[in-house]
Each structure stands twice: as structure tokens, then as C-alpha cells.
Design a protein around this ligand. Structure first.
Ligand SMILES: Nc1ncnc2c1ncn2[C@@H]1O[C@H](COP(=O)(O)OP(=O)(O)OP(=O)(O)O)[C@@H](O)[C@H]1O
Length: 251
């Protein structure tokens, strides 16, 4: 596909005799929200690790923005606009929400100056950081210590931190995991808002969210992609139904 932002070609990963991702080929065009679904242990997280550079692939290629990034380290992929939202572990609990995002802005700008101290420099970091916080709906919570935020707010903060790297593609591993009903609605609203800013590739177990959010869905079963299609066609696909989705889940 000529305008693919991300293209996976025959990607494969194994641990000893266990083949975890097997010959995975996939194109994600700019502007798409693409969801990867599949049963537990299907290889979804491993695939995201291979794309982000956390886990090396045994064979195959990852092309991003027209370039082969298969052998590049993770930080180099981030620099090129391939961001990964790291679960709450990446949030520094003793710093404010704003400081957490400012640190990511600083990392993006590649500057070596100290974060706090000089008012002009602080403004340079804080203004884009505030934009990211506003985008994820946390503007009013900017000065709150991150450790005091609710679970859902921390998930929003992770998204703001990822956005601070100005990604072309955002990789999200279960953005709704652990959120309650109201919180998941809020995070879902944020994701809907982000779709006009960045291309998104996500793994998510919440099928209602996946089917309402995704432009296209890929189904991974035992490491192999068995289908990539629109939500409507995935819902109607007999192979997908028998391999993964229960009739009632898709009704
Ligand atoms: N570092 C590792 N060493 C050995 N086996 C691994 C490693 N990481 C993952 N696996 C195995 O690879 C398979 C796929 O795991 P993975 O976490 O990618 O699946 P998943 O689809 O994300 O599952 P879930 O939906 O439960 O998160 C599993 O059988 C898992 O045990």
C-alpha cells in the first residue's frame, strides 16, 4: 500500500520452539485507528513489542513512514514518530501531571538542559505539555501529583506523555485495562479525540470499545493474522466467530 504509515512484512518471533508471531503482514495507512484483537496468548503484546523495538524479530520487516526500522533501537523509532504508551509504570508518581508531560517534551526536544529553574525554558516545555494535557482532558489536573490521580486519570496521563513525543503513530496496549465503567468512557472519549491528531494501533480486550473505535480490525490467533477488515465484516466473518468471538459478544 503506497500510503501506508506502518507496514509489517512477514514478521515473526519465537521463544525456543514456541512461535509467537508467525508471518504477520499488515498495512496501517495514515489516519487509521487499527485494532488488533485475539484470544489470550495470541501474540498481540509481542507484536506491539516487535513494532516498538522492545523485542527483536526473528525475521520479517517493520517499515515506518517509508523506511525500514526493523533493526533500529526503540529510542530511534520514537524519534521518528513511533510512540508507545507505556503502562502506568512510566508515570513518575512524585511529580505533578504537568512535570511528567514536560519531561517527555524535553526528551522529544533532545535538549540536555535542566528541566526546572529557568522561567523561559520552563515555559518552552510547559506550554506544549499543557496542550497535551488539555487534549486528554487533564488540563484542570495539571498541578496534581501524578501519584494522587485516579487509575483512569493515570491512563489519560500516559496518553499525554506519549503525545508529548509528537507521534505519527501511537501504539497502545490495552488503554482501557483496569478502568471502571465511567473511567473507560472517559478514556474512550479521549481516544476518539486523538484520532484526528495521530494514527493509532491498539490492542484492546473491550470489544464494545474496539468495535466503536476502530476503522479496521485485525484478528490474531496463535500468532497468525486470520483476518483484517472493517468492524462490520469482522463481525460477520465466520472464521473469526469460530476462532475467537463468541456469538453473543458480537451480537
Ligand atoms: N519473554 C517471553 N518468553 C517466553 N515466552 C513468552 C515471552 N513473552 C511472551 N511469551 C509467550 O508468547 C505467547 C504470546 O504472548 P503475548 O503476551 O504476546 O500474547 P497476548 O495476545 O498479548 O496475550 P494477552 O491477551 O493475554 O495479553 C504466550 O504463550 C506467552 O506465554
Amino acid at each position: 500500500m503506497a500510503d501506508a504509515l506502518l507496514e509489517l512484512r512477514n514478521l515473526r518471533k519465537s521463544y525456543g520452539a514456541l512461535v509467537v508471531t508467525d508471518d504477520v503482514s499488515l498495512s496501517v495507512p495514515t489516519g487509521e485507528v487499527h485494532a488488533i484483537i485475539g484470544p489470550n496468548g495470541a501474540g498481540k503484546t509481542t507484536l506491539i513489542h516487535q513494532i516498538s523495538g522492545l523485542v527483536p524479530s526473528v525475521s520479517g520487516q517493520v517499515l515506518f513512514d517509508g523506511q525500514d526500522v526493523t533493526r533500529l533501537p526503540m529510542h530511534e523509532r520514537v524519534r521518528r514518530g513511533l510512540a508507545r504508551s507505556f503502562q502506568i509504570t512510566s508515570v513518575l508518581p512524585g511529580f505533578s501531571a504537568l512535570e511528567n508531560v514536560s519531561l517527555a517534551v524535553q526528551a522529544r526536544s533532545g535538549s540536555s538542559y535542566r528541566l526546572f529553574g529557568n522561567a523561559a525554558r520552563e515555559r518552552q516545555l510547559n506550554e506544549p505539555a499543557m496542550e497535551c494535557l488539555n487534549l486528554v482532558g487533564l488540563g484542570a489536573r495539571a498541578q496534581i501529583q501524578a501519584g494522587l490521580l485516579s487509575h483512569g486519570e493515570k491512563r489519560q496521563l500516559e496518553l499525554a506523555i506519549a503525545l508529548a513525543t509528537e507521534p505519527k503513530l501511537l501504539l497502545l496496549d490495552e488503554p482501557l485495562a483496569g478502568t471502571g465503567h465511567d473511567e473507560s468512557r472517559r478514556v474512550l472519549d479521549v481516544l476518539q479525540r486523538l484520532r484526528s491528531h495521530t494514527t493509532i494501533l491498539l490492542i484492546e480486550h473491550d470489544m464494545e470499545a474496539v468495535f466503536s473505535l476502530a476503522d479496521r480490525i485485525s484478528v490474531l490467533v496463535y500468532g497468525r493474522l486470520i483476518a483484517t477488515d472493517t468492524p462490520e465484516r469482522i463481525r460477520a466473518n465466520p472464521e473469526v466467530r469460530s476462532a475467537y468471538l463468541g456469538e453473543e459478544e458480537m451480537a
